[in-house]
Design a protein around this ligand. Structure first.
Ligand SMILES: NC(=O)c1ccc[n+]([C@@H]2O[C@H](COP(=O)([O-])OP(=O)(O)OC[C@H]3O[C@@H](n4cnc5c(N)ncnc54)[C@H](OP(=O)(O)O)[C@@H]3O)[C@@H](O)[C@H]2O)c1
Length: 211
């Protein structure tokens, strides 16, 4: 498959590029600056999700687009607008879109409240990106043109091991017996490429946690 990854230089994006390339896909690794050191079947491309024309051109070259974009600290409020321009660019191409978003709007199993309002999962430094993720999710929920999927990681998304195993859920936060909600970035990338290869979700959200 041809898989385009926006935010390809970031934590999630770079691991998603690596996972897709390791499976033999042709990868367009899209970033705002040219990337070096990519696997052989990945090409670096320049692209900003706020540039609708560029998104359309690049998405037109792909079978699936994956967006793993996060504004710099202090500019989190730009996430929803950037998601709108991304959707506007992808829409005319008919290409499927997987958006890596946040855990903010998942429901906490023991309280029924939102993750973003629960200090066990979202501490002060992450409130701005959690709020941005909630707005981003709302933008997706209103999207009727694009075949999109919003992927919510667990509350803790940390670089770690690629086990190749994970659990999938819907709108409820997945936790372990201790109430911990965790997924490695590597296993999130596995789940993303599995979904790209074998679509199971359409215009909905799913969440991923460690197995
Ligand atoms: N537990 C959770 O729910 C959780 C935890 C972590 C992350 N996330 C989500 O996962 C997604 C990816 O996060 P991450 O941790 O991989 O972030 P990251 O490491 O900060 O990487 C984000 C990437 O987005 C790029 N970017 C920013 N604005 C862009 C734009 N307008 N157009 C194109 N690229 C742009 C950045 O490129 P530059 O270098 O050019 O700025 C950077 O490479 C985000 O939606 C984030 O909120 C969720």
């Amino acid at each position: 498959m041809r898989i385009a990854v926006f935010g390809a230089g970031g934590s999630v994006g770079s691991r998603t590029v690596a996972e897709a390339a390791a499976r033999g896909h042709k990868v367009l690794a899209i970033a705002r600056k040219r990337l070096a050191g990519l696997p052989g079947n990945a090409e670096t491309r320049i692209g900003d999700v706020t540039d609708t024309a560029a998104v359309e051109r690049l998405s037109g070259e792909a079978d699936v687009v994956i967006s793993a974009v996060r504004p710099p600290q202090g500019l989190e409020h730009q996430q929803a607008a950037a998601t709108k321009t991304l959707l506007d660019g992808v829409a005319p191409t008919g290409t499927r879109l997987l958006i890596v978003g946040g855990a903010a709007t998942l429901r906490v199993p023991d309280t029924g409240g939102l993750v973003m309002d629960d200090p066990r999962y979202v501490q002060a430094p992450w409130r701005a990106i959690a709020a941005a993720g909630a707005e981003q999710h709302e933008v997706c929920r209103g999207e009727k043109r694009v075949d999109w999927v919003y992927v919510s990681p667990s509350a803790n998304l940390v670089p770690g091991e690629r086990t190749g195993r994970y659990r999938i859920g819907g709108d409820e936060l997945l936790t372990d017996e201790q109430g911990d909600s965790r997924i490695s970035v590597e296993d999130l990338a596995v789940a993303l490429i599995d979904e790209a290869e074998s679509p199971r979700h359409h215009r909905t959200r799913f969440t991923v946690a460690a197995a």
